[in-house]
Design a protein around this ligand. Structure first.
Ligand code: PGA
Length: 265
């Protein structure tokens, strides 16, 4: 079990929102969640690159943390199309999402590439949000746990124990993500988050491993969010489609906080 009392809730808007739409979404989300203490939750949004600078002007970093959907692993150089950690820091971005399943499976990113990005993000004081998850075929072959262990062991290679408290992990089974995804059951999530926690213990020792938030993502919605947040070792939810309207995201946030509150009591 993790030692977090605070919940992590966030969304990645993928390639869906323009600058104007992102600003409107953020302003509305900020207004709707203004009364919720940030001691109870860490709220974050990961917009498209083009919207990041305006997003930073729209919301303050204490209320809504902002992340980038990807990041190059070098500081400068001939890397056409890449955005560096320095560029993200320059505009006040706090999180670097690394290894989302769409980047791994559509854009062929490897665990070795994710590892270089994690190390680079840490070097520059960005929070790496490392996303991991098995495919449908891997699950059918009974190797989900092995895949998660490999993605963590390679993705977090050479991360020092001193930096481990800056890591966030998102477990997002590939088969659960998107319009054709099937949400994982609470039992399955409990099993996989247990595997992830155990692997983190092997990597960093029990004390440090329990400081690392593990978020679940993949077809989280208004119907399943409250159940999922109460699963052992689930420290937060990483939501796609169901969070892209501020009003819907706000409703999920409130449900989840109240479910967690009742569980703790
Ligand atoms: P989804 O997306 O909630 O729309 O399934 C999750 C994700 O890709 O992080």
């Amino acid at each position: 079990m993790s030692r977090y009392s605070k919940i992590f809730l966030g969304t990645n808007t993928k390639m869906y929102k323009t600058i104007a739409e992102t600003k409107e979404f953020l302003a509305e989300l900020c207004a709707l969640t203004q009364d919720i203490s940030r001691d109870e939750m860490t709220l974050f949004v990961i917009p498209s690159f083009t919207a990041l600078q305006e997003s930073r002007k729209t919301v303050n970093g204490d209320e809504i943390l902002l992340g980038a959907q990807n990041m190059g692993w070098e500081d400068v150089g001939p890397f056409t199309g890449e955005i560096s950690a320095l560029m993200l820091k320059e505009i006040g971005i706090q999180i670097a999402e690394i290894g989302h399943s769409e980047r791994r499976h559509i854009l062929s990113e490897s665990d070795e590439m994710e590892n270089k990005k994690v190390l680079c993000a840490l070097k520059h004081g960005l929070t790496p949000l490392l996303c991991i998850g098995e495919t449908k075929e891997q699950r059918a072959n009974g190797i989900s746990a092995e895949i998660l262990r490999m993605q963590l062991k390679v993705g977090l290679k050479d991360v020092s124990i001193n930096d481990s408290d800056k890591l966030w992990i998102a477990y997002e089974p590939v088969w659960a993500i998107g319009a054709s995804g099937i949400p994982a059951t609470a039992n399955y999530v409990a099993k996989m988050h247990g595997v992830i926690r155990q692997t983190l213990v092997e990597l960093f020792g029990a004390d440090s491993a329990h400081q690392i938030p593990i978020l679940y993502g993949g077809s989280v919605n208004a119907q399943n969010a409250s159940e999922l947040i109460c699963v052992p070792d689930v420290d937060g939810l990483f939501i796609g489609r169901s969070a892209w309207q501020a009003k819907n995201f706000n409703a999920i946030i409130r449900d989840v906080l109240s479910a967690k509150h009742h569980k703790v009591i």
